[in-house]
Design a protein around this ligand. Structure first.
Ligand code: SF4
Length: 314
């Protein structure tokens, strides 16, 4: 594909999507093989503080704006987080993310728990990549966490700048950008992607891919809405599997060398087509359960990777 600038590339992709999605997948797969070979990276997470979030993200079961039937609990202990990290390693995740609900860390006690958990993971599971998703966070707090062993900050942009006010009004797209920039400034690796199926159009998805390209992050998690009862998205239709595969392909073509991971909603949305994510350009996926919804049996996911002749990253 000969292209000269972002606008032209964006137009080319949009026309390829309309004309022949198979060509789009072929191109994305070729780019995946060239840049990521036959390696699949697996990440797993723990929901270290669940529910009661004062933010109003329309898709989220943990927001106080929604009446959902999820487990709500304050911070897990550092030892409990370590136990979850051990479980993640046992299902061959190479990266483990400590995720909390809420706008951000609210007290010194909370930061201390995350620092202790990071230190314990570093001591006990030195080869497990240590990541955290902690909401909006300042450079000072990030420095403290980095000192304790944090290697990667996960913070999604979620959607395009233009569509963002449709999915959240309690914080801004700029708040999210500032957190990512702070992490990059102190030398943390960054993992940033988004969620799809919220009513955004193809141009919003392309715009998100370009925004992430601009930030030059290491990995890009792609989530697909699982409509949860009690949220404002409960009546939304799931995206069709072909739409999801096209979205993955767009990200691979625009972010050729990045680790593109399919995360929340993989099983519910793609059903029997889950193995197709790699042929659409994905190079990784989340294994185990998601934040408040269940994932596949990890054994079945590992078997799928083996059956495809791909290798799990160690
Ligand atoms: S996505 Fe995060 S910030 Fe938004 S409501 Fe859920 S927990 Fe809160």
């Amino acid at each position: 594909m000969q292209v000269h600038n972002y606008k032209e590339l964006s137009e080319k992709i949009a026309s390829l999507i309309k004309e022949d999605p198979q060509k789009l997948f072929e191109l994305a797969n070729k780019i995946r093989i060239k840049n990521r070979k036959n390696i699949v990276s697996l990440c797993a997470i723990v929901n270290a503080k669940s529910g009661l979030c004062a933010e109003d993200c329309i898709f989220c079961s943990q927001s106080i704006y929604h009446k959902t039937d999820i487990a709500r609990y304050p911070f897990l202990t550092a030892e409990r987080i370590l136990k979850k990290a051990k479980e993640a390693a046992s299902i061959r995740a190479s990266c483990f993310g400590i995720v909390i609900s809420g706008r951000g860390l609210t007290s010194d006690k909370e930061i201390s728990i995350i620092c202790s958990a990071l230190q314990l993971i570093k001591q006990n599971l030195s080869s497990l990549h240590r990541s955290a998703s902690l909401g909006i966070i300042s450079k000072d707090k990030l420095l403290r966490l980095k000192k304790a062993g944090l290697e990667c900050l996960h913070h999604n942009l979620e959607t395009s700048e233009g569509f963002f006010p449709n999915i959240c009004t309690t914080h801004s797209y700029k708040d999210r950008l500032d957190t990512i920039k702070a992490a990059k400034e102190i030398g943390l690796e960054v993992c940033s992607g988004g969620i799809f199926g919220l009513g955004e159009n193809i141009q919003d998805r392309i715009a998100l891919a370009f925004a992430i390209k601009e930030l030059d992050v290491a990995s890009v998690p792609l989530n697909f809405l699982t409509p949860i009862k009690g949220t404002r998205c409960e009546t939304f239709d799931c995206l069709a599997p072909i739409e999801i595969l096209k979205t993955i392909a767009i990200f691979r073509i625009l972010l050729p060398d990045k680790d593109i991971k399919v995360c929340g909603g993989r099983n519910v949305n793609l059903r029997s087509l889950q193995s197709m994510i790699f042929y659409a350009g994905a190079s990784g996926m989340m294994i185990g359960n998601y934040l408040t919804t269940a994932g596949n049996d990890p054994k079945a996911d590992l078997k799928m990777i083996e059956d495809l002749g791909l290798r799990v990253k160690v």
